[in-house]
Design a protein around this ligand. Structure first.
Ligand code: NAD
Length: 367
C-alpha cells in the first residue's frame, strides 16, 4: 500500500482509518477537498476483497463527490466513507454507532449519508452519535429518500440535452430507452410517461419491468436496450455501460441518465463525441439527490429542493457551452467547470466564517 503516494496523486486532504475491536469496525473516511465547504458523501458497506480495494474505492468516490458538489453549485466539498464488511451479515447497532462516533470526531469536516449497502435503519444508529449526517428519516425532520429528486434532476438534464440537440425541450416529442427501473429509474419513467413520451425499459428484475409496462412502457431484453431506436439513452442501473462493445450499436442522439460512471473509459468519451452523440455528464445530471439532502443544513423544505433541482437544467447547459467554446468533450467540460469554481473560491483569501451547520427542524431521539 502506497498511501501517501496515492493521496498525493488524488490530492486528498485527509484519510481516516477507523477501528473498533468490540464493534468489529474497520472503516475508512476520505476527505478529498473542503475548499467549498464540509466534505459530504455517503457511507458504503461492502465486503471488499482487500484493504487496498476499500482504499481505492473510498479515494475514487470521495474525489467524485468534490466535482459533483462543485458543478451543482453547492457549498460542499467531497468526502466518502466505507465500512469493510458484508451488509447481509455484519451489521449491528454497535458497528454503526462506532462509525458515528468517528464521524462526530471530525467535528463537521465530514458529513455522511446513505450509500450502497446502507439503509435508513443503519443511518438511524449513526444519527444517534452525530448530527453530521444527512438523508435522515423524515420522522426526524430529514429529507428521506433522495431518488425522486435524482429522477427529477435527470429530467432537467434531459431537457437541457434536447434543447441542445433539437432546439426545444419538449419531453413528449421524443423516445427514451431506460436501463434499470429501480428507485431512480421508476421515478424517471413516471416523469417521462406523464409527458406522454415513448419509453422503452429493461431491468433484470421482472417485477420492476412490469411496473413500468403498467405505465405504458415497452419492455425490451437486457441486452437489447443498446439497439433500441430511441432518441435518448437513460442509464439508471450500472456504470461502464457505454463501452467499446455497446457504443457501435447506439442509434441514440443523447446519453443522459442517473447512473454513476457511465463511460467505461475517458477514450470512450472521445468516441461518443466523434459519433455526434451528446453525452450529458453523469455527475452533473444525477446531483438532484445531493441537492435535496444538502437542504437539511438550513432546515428541510420540499419547495426549495424542487427549485434547486431545477438548476440542473442550467448547469448541464453551461457544460455544453464550455465544451463548444473550448472544443473539448462534455466530460472534460464538466471537470473544468468544477475545477474553475473550486479555484476561484479557494483564491478569495477571505477568512472563512465557518457558518456551521445547525440542521434546524431535525431532532434526535433523546436529544
Ligand atoms: P436501484 O438499486 O434502486 O436500481 C437499480 C436497478 O437496476 C434495479 O432495479 C436493478 O435490478 C437494475 N439492474 C441491475 N443490473 C441491471 C442490468 N444489467 N440491466 C438492467 N437493469 C439492471 O438503484 P437506484 O438508487 O435507482 O440508482 C440507480 C443508479 O443511479 C446507480 O448507478 C446509482 O449509483 C445512481 N444514483 C442514484 C442516486 C439516488 O438518489 N438513488 C443518486 C445518484 C446516483
Amino acid at each position: 500500500m502506497h498511501l501517501f503516494a496515492d493521496i498525493h496523486q488524488t490530492e486528498h486532504e485527509q484519510v481516516v482509518f477507523c477501528h473498533n475491536k468490540d464493534a468489529g469496525l474497520k472503516a475508512i473516511i476520505a476527505i478529498h477537498n473542503t475548499t467549498l465547504g464540509p466534505a459530504l458523501g455517503g457511507l458504503r458497506m461492502w465486503p471488499y476483497e482487500t484493504e487496498q480495494d476499500a482504499l481505492n474505492d473510498v479515494l475514487r468516490l470521495s474525489r467524485g463527490m468534490t466535482y459533483k458538489a462543485a458543478v451543482a453549485g453547492l457549498n460542499l466539498g467531497g468526502g466518502k466513507s466505507v465500512i469493510i464488511g458484508d451488509p447481509r451479515k455484519d451489521k449491528s447497532e454497535a458497528l454503526f454507532r462506532a462509525l458515528g462516533r468517528f464521524v462526530e470526531s471530525l467535528n463537521g469536516r465530514y458529513i455522511t449519508a446513505e450509500d450502497v449497502g446502507i439503509d435508513v435503519n443503519d443511518m438511524e444508529f449513526v444519527f444517534q452519535e452525530t448530527n453530521n449526517c444527512v438523508g435522515v428519516h423524515q420522522m426526524h425532520g430529514g429529507s428521506g429518500d433522495p431518488s425522486p429528486f435524482t429522477a427529477f434532476g435527470t429530467l432537467q438534464g434531459i431537457r437541457a440535452s434536447l434543447q441542445k440537440v433539437y432546439g426545444h425541450d419538449e419531453i413528449g416529442k421524443h423516445s427514451y430507452a431506460v436501463q434499470g427501473c429501480g428507485h431512480v429509474g421508476y421515478e424517471l419513467v413516471k416523469l417521462l410517461r406523464a409527458e406522454d413520451a415513448k419509453v422503452f425499459v429493461t431491468d433484470i428484475n421482472d417485477e420492476a419491468v412490469q411496473q413500468c409496462v403498467e405505465l405504458g412502457c415497452e419492455a425490451v431484453g437486457i441486452d437489447d436496450i443498446y439497439d433500441v431506436e430511441a432518441d435518448v439513452f437513460c442509464p439508471t442501473a450500472l456504470g461502464a455501460i457505454v463501452n467499446e462493445k455497446t457504443l457501435p450499436r447506439f442509434k441514440f442522439k443523447i446519453i443522459c441518465g442517473a447512473a454513476n460512471n457511465q463511460l467505461a473509459t475517458e477514450a470512450i468519451g472521445d468516441e461518443v463525441d466523434k459519433r455526434g452523440i451528446l453525452y450529458a455528464p453523469d455527475y452533473a445530471v444525477n446531483a438532484g439527490g445531493l441537492m435535496n439532502v444538502s437542504i437539511e443544513f438550513e432546515g428541510y423544505s420540499l419547495d426549495r429542493a424542487m427549485r434547486m433541482t431545477r438548476t440542473i437544467y442550467y448547469n448541464v447547459g453551461k457544460i455544453f457551452q464550455i465544451a463548444d467554446d473550448e472544443g473539448i468533450t462534455t466530460s472534460l467540460a464538466a471537470d473544468r467547470l468544477a475545477e474553475q469554481r473550486i479555484a476561484a473560491i479557494g483564491k478569495l483569501k477571505l477568512p472563512h466564517m465557518g457558518r456551521g451547520h445547525r440542521f434546524p427542524g431535525r431532532e434526535r431521539n433523546g436529544n
